[in-house]
Each structure stands twice: as C-alpha cells, then as structure tokens.
Ligand binder design. Structure first.
Ligand SMILES: Nc1ncnc2c1ncn2[C@@H]1O[C@H](COP(=O)(O)OP(=O)(O)OP(=O)(O)O)[C@@H](O)[C@H]1O
Ligand SMILES: [Mg+2]
Length: 249
C-alpha cells in the first residue's frame, strides 16, 4: 500500500522542505523504500535546490499544465530518492494543482511512499494538494504564531478526513512538559523535536540531507527517532565503516 504523505505547516519557514528532503532520502537510503518526493510548491520551489539539483528540463508545472508526462519529470538523487521538482521560473506559475490527484494515482502504482513538500498557508494550491494526500505530517516551531497556524492546518485536515500522522516540532529545544502542552493544544501525536543546529544549514550548503552527511549530530539523532515513529520500524543500524566515518561528523 503506497503512503501518500503531505508535509504541511501553516506558517512558512518552519522546516517543511528540510523534513521532506531528509525523510525522503532516509526512507529510500536507510529503509530501502521506493520513494518519490514532490515539490508541491509550484510557485516558490526549493526542494530540488536543497538536494543539490538545479536544472530540470521538465518539471511538475509542465505535468500539471498537461505539457509533459509525469515520468519525464522524475529525477534521481544519489540516496535513491526520486524527485519531482517544480519550476523556478515565473512563466510557469499558472500550473493547475487540481491535476495533482492524477499524478499521485499514477505514482501509487509503482512506489512505497509519495511525499509532498506543500506550500505554506492554506492557499488554493495547498488545499488542492491536501485533496491528493492520504495523511499529513505537520511541521511547526514552538512559537505561538507557528502553533496557531499548525492548529488551523490540523483542523482543516481533520475536516477533510485526512489522517494527521503527527507533528514535528522543529528548530527548538523543548522540555517534555512543553511538548505535552503542545500535544494537547494541537490534539495530534508528536513525532519528535528537532533542535536548532547549524548542522542543518551546513548540510543545505553541502546539498546533502543532514541525516546522512552529519548523521551523529543532535538533529540527526532526533530525526532518526522521527523516522522510527513514521515507519514503525527501528532505524537500520549502519555498518562499522559508516560508524567510524560518523565519529568525525
Ligand atoms: N533544525 C534546524 N536547525 C537549523 N536550521 C534549520 C532547521 N530546520 C530548518 N532550518 C533552516 O530554516 C530555513 C527554513 O527551512 P525550510 O526551507 O525547510 O522551511 P519551509 O517550511 O520549507 O519554508 P517555506 O514555507 O518557505 O517553504 C532553512 O534555511 C533551513 O536550512
Ligand atoms: Mg519549503
């Protein structure tokens, strides 16, 4: 059964693209799944950039405009993750996100996971993307503004009968009592808390997901627990060579 997971937030800049890139690469590389990550932000895309890919002759925008087949818009990342990027050009911004369901249905025949890096806010584009998903992961920061937007997004998801797999609290040090309060306020499971750490920004500079390039740092250890929550499986142990390399992270 293919899992179609939307990564949403409400507030912008909280870490959706970071989560999508790391989760996608980890599901593919560590867990050995067939995974497609879609940059579902057709007007302000950056998933490809986070993964070190800049030039795409065919993008999701072309597919949603009916100008190309979805198979022509799939690109390989070294982790095994497949990416469907969005266009970075203004001329492409009139793509019709309502066609997303068809794209997902096609991919569902072949892959284990489809991750959608969704736009912030509950715009028309976001709500079309929500229609195409089965479940959602909501990323937030512990600040009020982000939590309010997360709550609003979760309420919308529930109204649309979409499963909320859980919430990731990102860029934060949060005490367990605070986590419990956030869980109660959002009325959703908490998948994990990822600390603010410059390993994350440095990994973006290197264009490699932090969970792989800085695998033993605090955000990576926290993200591995998130992966266990999402998959229901222990994070696969690495071989001795990779562990030795990891000591130098
Ligand atoms: N745990 C973290 N520690 C430090 N920096 C982080 C962390 N998570 C994300 N960032 C940084 O925060 C910035 C925003 O992250 P990201 O692009 O993933 O957010 P987003 O929710 O996708 O934003 P948008 O709403 O614009 O799509 C990036 O520069 C990213 O490297
Ligand atoms: Mg983003």
């Amino acid at each position: 059964m293919t899992r179609v997971i939307g990564v949403l937030s409400g507030k912008g800049g909280v870490g959706k693209t970071t989560v999508t890139a790391n989760m996608g690469a980890s599901l593919a590389w560590d867990y050995g799944n067939n995974v497609v990550a879609i940059d579902a932000n057709t007007t302000s895309s950056n998933l490809g950039l986070n993964l070190g890919a800049y030039r795409f002759p065919v993008t999701l925008n072309d597919v949603l405009k009916g100008k190309a087949d979805v198979t022509d818009a799939i690109y390989a990342h070294p982790s095994g993750l497949k990416i469907i990027p969005s266009s970075t050009f203004n001329k492409d911004i009139d793509a019709d996100p309502k066609k997303m369901k068809r794209v997902i249905d096609y991919l569902g025949e072949y892959v284990d996971y489809v991750l959608l890096d969704c736009p912030p806010t509950l715009s028309d584009e976001t709500t079309s993307m929500i229609k195409a998903i089965d479940e959602a992961i909501v990323v937030t920061n512990p600040e009020w503004a982000a939590l309010l937007e997360a709550k609003r997004t979760i309420s919308f998801l529930k109204k649309k009968k979409k499963k909320v797999a859980g919430v990731i609290i990102n860029k934060a040090e949060v005490e367990p009592e605070e986590v419990a309060k956030i869980k109660e306020a959002l009325n959703a499971p908490i998948l994990g808390v990822i600390p603010f750490d410059d390993a994350v920004t440095r990994s973006v500079d290197k264009k490699v997901p932090f969970i792989h390039v800085f695998g033993r740092t605090r955000p990576s250890r926290a993200f591995k627990r998130v992966m266990e929550e999402v998959t229901g499986q222990r994070f696969p142990n690495r071989g001795i060579i990779e562990r030795i390399i990891g000591w130098f992270d």
